[in-house]
Structure formats: C-alpha cells, structure tokens
Design a protein. Sequence first.
Length: 646
Amino acid sequence: MSYQVIARKYRPQRFADVIGQEHVTQTLANAISNNRIAHAYLFCGPRGTGKTTIARIFAKCLNCTDGPKVDFAEDDPRCREIAEGRAIDVLEIDGASNNGVEQVRELRETVKYAPASSKFKIYIIDEVHMLTTAAFNALLKTLEEPPAHVKFLFATTDPEKVLPTILSRCQRFDLRRIPVSLITKHLGEIARKEKVDIDAEALHAVARGADGGMRDAESALDQLISFCGTHIVESDVLSMFGLTARSQVVGMAQAILQGNAAGALQELSELARHGKDLGRLLSDLLHQFRNLLIYRVSKGDMKLLEVSEVEAASLKEQANAVEADTFTRIMEVLTEAEGRLRDATSKKIFIEVTLLKAIQAVQTVSLDDVLKQLNRLRSEGTGGTSAPASPASAASSPVTRKAEGAKPSLQAPMVTVPAPESATAPVRTPTVAAAPAPTPSPAPAPTPAAATPSSPLRSQPLEASAAANPTPAVASGGAILTEDALQNLWREVLEGVGRASPFTKNYLIEAHPVSLAKNVFTIGFDPEFAEHIDLVNNQKTHALLQTKLSEAGRPQTQIRFIQAERSANWVPPVPVAAEPEANAPAARPVPAPAPAGASTATPTPSVPAKREKVGPTQLNVEEFKNDPLIQKALEIFKGRIIEVRA
C-alpha cells in the first residue's frame, strides 16, 4: 500500500474529530437532529481550516444508512464510499477548472435525476468563487429551487468574490483560524501515534508557523519527520522553515523599546545571515507587540493571548516598559511596512529602516502631550496673571515672597523713611518691633543703604538678603534713583511693552528691575523663573525694551537679564485699570504709630492688589509664529506649525 501523508491519514471523519470549529459542527448537528436541513450551504475560511472536510462529513451524515443522522457507524459502506471519493451520489467539483457556463449547464441537466442509491444527491463545489459571473447567473434558479433530493455544499477562501445573489441563497458558515494551543495539542497526539519524539518548543514553532491552518501544520510535521527522523528539536524547525526563535523576537522587541538601534540592527543582520524569512520576522515582531498591547490594555488577562508560559513571562516584563499609546504607534509602523514589504527591492534594507522608524515611534510624543506641555509652558510664562493667586499658592507667589528667615505679618505697619532731595519716592522698610517706633528725622544721605534712623528697624535676614542683591538705589548718569523710582520706570516700560506685544509682556511679568547704571538696565528673574531668561533674551525683546526706555527718557540704554532674587519691597505691576495715578507712588506708605499728641493716620495693610484676569487679545499670526515660547516648543518637540487658529 502506498504511503499516505499525515494530512490525509489523520483527516477528521466525523464532527467530533473536527478541531477548533465547534460553532459550525454543532450547528450542523442540530440541524440534522431537528430535521431542518437547508438546500445550500457555504463554508468560508482560510486554507487548511476544514471547509471541505466538514462538507464531506455533512454528506456522510445525510447519506449514511438510515440517515440523516450524526452518529453514523464507522464501517458504514456508504460513508466509506464518500471518504474514499467513489460515491456516485456525492459529486466533488473543482470550481477553478469547471467555472464556465457549459459546466453549469451540464450540472443543471444532471440535477433532475434522482440519486442512485442514497437519499440525497450532493454537489460539493470547492473554490466556488472561481466561477464566472455568467456561470453564477446560470446557477441561480437551480440553486434557489433545487429538487428535494439535491443539496449544494460550497467551499471558498474568498467569499467577497461570490455574487450577493448566490450568498443570499445559502446558509453561510465562517470557519476560524485554529488557535496555536489546539494545533500544538493535535500535533502532539499525531507524533505519539507516529512514535516521533518532538520537543514542546518545536511543536509550538510548527503551530506558530502554520498561521492557524491545521493542514499546513500537519504537512510541516510530515516534512520534519522526513528531515529529522524520530527526534525533532526546535532548531530543526527554525532552520527548515526559516522561522525566528521566540527568544530572538522578544530580544528585538526589547531593543526597540529601549531605543537600542545598534542592537536591533545587529540582531537583524544575524538573522538575515542565517537565511531567516524576513517577511515572517516582521510578522512575528508585529504579533509580539500586539500581545504586549493586549496584555497592557487587559491588565494581564492571559485568556486573550495565545502564548506559552515562557512568552507570558516576557510579556509581563516588557508590557510595563512604556505606555499603551507607544505600542500602538509601533504597530502602525510595522503594519505599514508589512503591506509594503512585497514591493521592496531589498527586504533587509527596508526592514532596517522600519526598525529605526519603530524606535523613533517609541520616542515620539503624542499631540495631546504636546498640547499639555505648551499649556504648561504658557502658564509658567504668564506667571499666573490669568487668575488671582489662591491662598494655597500665596506663600510661593512673588507678591508675598520675603527674604530668607523674615516672616513679617501682612498687618505690620510700614515706616516712611525721608528720601533724599533728589529722590522721587519714599523708601519703605518693614518693621518687626512691637512697640511704636520713633519718627525718623529728615537727613540727606548719599544712598538709602547708608545708616539712617530706620536702619535698626530692619530684620537681620532682610539685611542679609539686601547684601546679596544689588543695592536698591542705583546711579543713572550721575543721578540717584531710589528703588521706588526704578520700579515706576519698570512699570512704565512694561505697560508700553504690553501695548506693543502682549506676548512679550506675559514673559516679563515675573521680572523685576535690578539696577540702572552706565546706561545698562539690568532685569532680574527669581531662581524659580530662571528658565524665562531664555525666552526673553533675544534681539526682538531687547529692541522693544530699548524703544520703550527711550520713550521714558532713557535713550541709548542696553538691556541685561540676570538671575537674582527680588527685593522684599518689590510690588508687582497691576493692570492699568487698577494702577494709581501717574505721579503717585507705586504703593502708598503707611506711617508708623506717632507719639502722643502727634497727628496720626489710619494704617492700612500692606496687601498688594490682586491681579485682574487678562482679557482676550486679537491674535497676530506672524507674531504668534515668531513667539520665543512657540519657537522653543517647536525645538523641544521637533515639530512645525501647520495651521494657526484664533
């Protein structure tokens, strides 16, 4: 007797033997038991999943002795005739070679004759989608109203090519790809019957290479037995079919997630040198990232995955390395590459580029993250001017920030120090004494830093802070500017900048004047706002500030930005509507309690005015594109502006 291949030798002979298609076999068995047998059936699905096998078993159930019935006898002569392909009343037709109108006309002529010895005359047409449109149309009437003794069983791998008029006349069954676990189990049983020793890893590799087709897996096992004999290991399977070991696929996926381009390319070169199927490698890599994504999204539900225990351990390790969105971006790159691989001249170079793109996808930032970063930078750049400071953040706001160690109360009275004759505004100094302080007598001084009657009222931490920062009273062309005069000048300049460029003003709102000497205007930022220096230290901002200083009577003034803590007496600017008159001091000093008999004034708390919410401004597209903050964001995210919307 001639040799019979495994795929035919172990072909299922009844519904109970069919693996992985219970949704089809159970439905057909119930139809036979309930005597609800239709006249036409269409079985769809990938190759090697059991379409023709189920059609033959169904024909056995219909034409067995004393049928139709599901549990027919093993030695039933009619069933043996069908299994051996010599039954007169069961005709198997190849749709690829009998696809013309003439063949369909001949079929229509033979349909009218009754079966020779069986209950039904059954036509099994394989690859029915190969019939021409004319042949389908010629079959329509017979298919819709056949004689009672005729049954049509169609099988196809491409149901989309079957005419809708044919589909509407059939009961359609879609067969699924068989899971890897079921294929592995079935191959193990066949190997035991064939007395072949095969490793579990080798069985899994064969099942993985079959891609859900049982016939492909059985053919591969048959070929392996011929190649290796009665002992088969995983390396034999990988070398014969050009497959990649799971450990190598996992290692390459790990290199992509870690951004190790050199490691990924080296692994690819090693696989290509050993003759591995690069197309299959790309598919395995895509399947690995699909498993990682499903594992991450399902929070470790292994029921959704077809993996071994070793693979499950690697999934647990890699799934938490990055976010789920990263896996999605990698899969998009690999999916696009899989579709274009067949047209690539050099598959290795194409996959090398694909791996580099996948590594870039790991490092890519999503658009939502970009918008969040821009909003965060924008909020830091405006310094919170869009809303009043909350009590929780008051301790860190520029308004309430004091020198290190000094904790004066907001209700503490302020002492007015007489200014020199050249000064334009008084110097305010907070007091920490509980008892009323004596009223200082007017006395000219070269600078407010010199000893005055009010100097003992300063706390020690404040003196330390003043020593660390530039002196409040600064020289400007030989004239002496007090701190309040410098603040007034800065407010005037800042308001002018706001009228010319609201964007630039938003960056400078957290700045404070440090000094004005030798035609150099030094502007400082607190350490927590030091990153704003990079946003404003550019030619555009320098030119704008110089223009506004010229309008304020300070021509030929250069600009310098430094990192420096602001003075304890600094009062942040407020919107124009809330500012005092032009000639009034920036903040009204509160006199200290006077001695008995002297005139007194009601003290008011030295609480700075709250900033009002900045209203919307008209968007200037060119100014927005050239904005330093936008340019910095584009540099960080390596992006480009496509569209600007108001």
